[in-house]
Ligand binder design. Structure first.
Ligand code: AMP
Length: 275
């Protein structure tokens, strides 16, 4: 992988990179199209990274269909599909991890101890091996994107990080590999995430600027659906992820909700200037 990148770079190519855990959907494909637009060679990785899953999480049941992924990636015109194997990437005795002090102590990081340490470690390893000029990440994983931007700045990676908007199903559900685990009833319930976020945007348009009020409404709405368990619903500063009380500038409203046993996340920007 690294010698391919070195050779292509020497030949003057600009290499884009999209890391994924596979089971590709239109969200991933949209990141890839953006990668192709920005660079002239595109690498994607498919690797379900064990170190970002905690005990009791869905590492063992994470969906996978490599054959379909390869076809989708080829049809988009991906130049390299990099699929490291676990033993090569985490050799026996592996003992080095990347950490960050502040941003992981919010949102998903609170319920998923060690998750972002695993994410930062795998992304660093992939950056070192793939050696791209550009890397594209989805805004659906808002906290992940913020953490990676911080890490790239702090550790002097010479890589341009691009955030890409969330791609949704026609009814608004944010695309996710984990949606495949939902039963038909849960699939309907899952719409309560985006519906509650849209309700918050509408309330803001009607001059409801209090985060407590908007969060309260969202909690009430989601809890009125069966089989839901809220992990968090927060309104926070997009850079620091600190809670915001009064929405007087663009902020992010983010949530994680378990529908049945499937943990879903979503977020939108709340912008008082657009209301
Ligand atoms: P994953 O395979 O879930 O690790 O996701 C790989 C990349 O795709 C990450 O940068 C995600 O943020 C991004 N991604 C996942 N779902 C979506 C979506 N619905 N829209 C845009 N990007 C997404």
């Amino acid at each position: 992988m690294t010698s391919w990148s070195d050779r292509l770079r020497r030949e003057g190519h600009l290499i884009s990179f999209v890391p994924t855990m596979g089971f590709l959907h239109e969200g991933h494909l949209s990141l890839m199209k953006e990668g192709k637009r920005l660079g002239d060679k595109l690498v994607i990785s498919i690797f379900v990274n064990p170190t970002q899953f905690g005990p009791g999480e869905d590492f063992d049941t994470y969906p996978s269909d490599l054959e379909k992924d390869f076809k989708l990636a080829r049809d988009i015109g991906v130049d390299v599909i990099f699929t490291p194997n676990k033993a090569d990437f985490y050799p026996q005795g592996f003992d080095t991890f990347i950490n960050q002090e502040k941003l992981p102590n919010h949102l998903c990081g609170l319920a998923r101890a060690g998750h972002f340490q695993g994410v930062m470690t795998i992304v660093t390893k992939l950056f070192n091996v793939v050696n791209p000029d550009i890397a594209v990440f989805g805004e659906k994983d808002f906290q992940q994107l913020a953490i990676i931007r911080r890490m790239v700045k702090d550790l002097n990676f010479n890589i341009r990080i691009i955030g890409h908007p969330t791609v949704r199903e026609s009814d608004g559900l944010a695309m996710s590999s984990r949606n495949s685990k939902l039963t038909p009833d849960q699939r309907i319930t899952a719409l309560s995430l985006i519906s509650s976020l849209k309700k918050a945007q509408n309330s803001l348009k009607n001059k409801e600027n209090s985060a407590t009020a908007l969060i309260g409404n969202a909690v009430e709405f989601i809890c009125s659906h069966p089989d839901t368990e809220i992990d968090y619903i927060k309104i926070c500063d997009p850079d620091t992820l600190d809670d915001v009380a009064e929405i007087d500038r663009p902020v992010v409203m983010a949530m994680a909700v378990k529908v049945g046993t499937t943990r879903l996340i979503d977020n939108v920007i709340l912008n008082p200037d657009q209301s």
